[in-house]
Design a binder for this molecule. Sequence first.
Ligand SMILES: [Zn+2]
Length: 155
Amino acid sequence: MRTQRQVVDYSLQKRAVLRDVHNGKIGTLEVCDASPYLKSAARFHGEPTEERCPICRRDNLTLVHYIYGDELKQTAGQARKLSELPVLAMTLREFQVYVVEVCQSCAWNHLTEQYLLGRDALTADELDRDEAVAASSAAGRHREPGLMSHGWDAR
Ligand SMILES: [Zn+2]
């Protein structure tokens, strides 16, 4: 997504947890503890993936996107469909997205990544674009006959 920033990837932590599960240091019950809320969020708002559950290998993982931020008011902490995020990113200045992978068979769940979305990033882009437009129209003026040497190299 265009406004995505400050991405934190938790795949190393996930690998460490899975290693401990395979070593028997952590029981599967400890990591397959998705709450009924998380499971229903996966069912109703989840994004299906092609990735098999690393624990039970019976089902593909589902990604659930939770959103947080002051601007969200009472809807903070809710799960949203991935397709809803670009719309929110256009209307809100900044909000945090937490992506949790869930297996709907065995209840394995793990935070996979977090990032910021929102118009704050776009504003910076748009400022850049405005400056570029201003610069090129200024350059256009300098291309008028007799003004070629004026200011063109000054930047
Ligand atoms: Zn599973």
